[in-house]
Ligand binder design. Sequence first.
Ligand code: 8OZ
Length: 379
Amino acid sequence: MNAPLPQASVKNIHGEDAQLFQPLHIGDIAVANRVVMAPLTRSRADEANGDIPGSAMNVEYYRQRSNAGLIISEGTPVSPLGKGYMATPGIYSDAQVEGWKAITKAVHDAGSKIVAQIWHVGRVTHPDLIGGAQPVAPSAVQPRGIAAYTRNGKVELPMPRALSVEEIAGVVEEFRRGAANAIRAGFDGVEIHGANGYLVDQFLRDGANQRTDAYGGSIENRCRFALEVVDAVAAEIGAGRVGIRLSPVTPSHDLSDSNPQAVFGHLVEELNKRGIAFIHFIEGATGGPRDVPGFDFAWARQAFKGAYIANNGYGREMAIDAVESGRADAVAFGRLYIANPDLVQRLKANAALAQPDPKTYYAPGPVGYIDYPALQEAA
Ligand code: 8OZ
């Protein structure tokens, strides 16, 4: 009698065998799966003592989410002037670096990787958040209809002042130091925050950049600041540990461009020459509709040889399809990671996903931060 043939194992590409759950190299960073935790501002740093991260609650929040192949930290300002929200943890002081160490260790102990999202808000801030200073920007163009939240309540964003060329070099240096600090703090790399209407984006788009020097006017000039930051950071920590987040068509913070395809097309080609690890694209309006015209994301996916991380409104099927079809190398989830600390396990099991409560996104304390249960706890 013949022995029974072994059962051929059938791959379930709509379940846990999906490429979404397989390992990948994102530049020099080896990740266990292609689920990325998107950067999420949670405003729970120790503000009274200098915007310091690393409280037990902060560590627990990141530890719970260390099932993601890669975690992108909440935005971390590279200087006091780069801060636009209350209690956001910085990455410019030694005390901040010490605080981040506890977080990166917990993430690594759980088998995940973490990059720091290095950030300067430019004009998207208020004197009450930056020691009474006037916000800085490429040009003196006031964002309209945008509020900041300070200890004094909701206030309108004021007119910023234009950075001098010497000051621009200083901000590039702050990003370089932020990246060096990130490595000192145990991060696996950095994501430069080039999205959502903050300083890098303000230089890129002509809705905020009206300069007539080497940093404004032509598309090459408007990309200069972003590329100087990328070059400084890559020289410091290696291009294989550098990514950038871009949002070519988002209207966030009253920022727009007359021709996103031209400016971001040029930028993608220049980034490609530099061999950076990844571009993290917000496809559409941040946290809103995906079908915003103005930029061809499929073109960018083909043109850029590093990893393409897709973001904005992805659910389980869409994420599995995007990676399976090659439209993206990895998919970043933001809001779903707030309410589903064990998101990878839930996606693998096709389990129900919890919805987050916006009232506790930025509220101090543990509620809505570390008390969303994992599946087993919920059961
Ligand atoms: C929401 C609240 C505060 C900051 C972004 C860093 O839009 C943010 C942010 C989002 O990129």
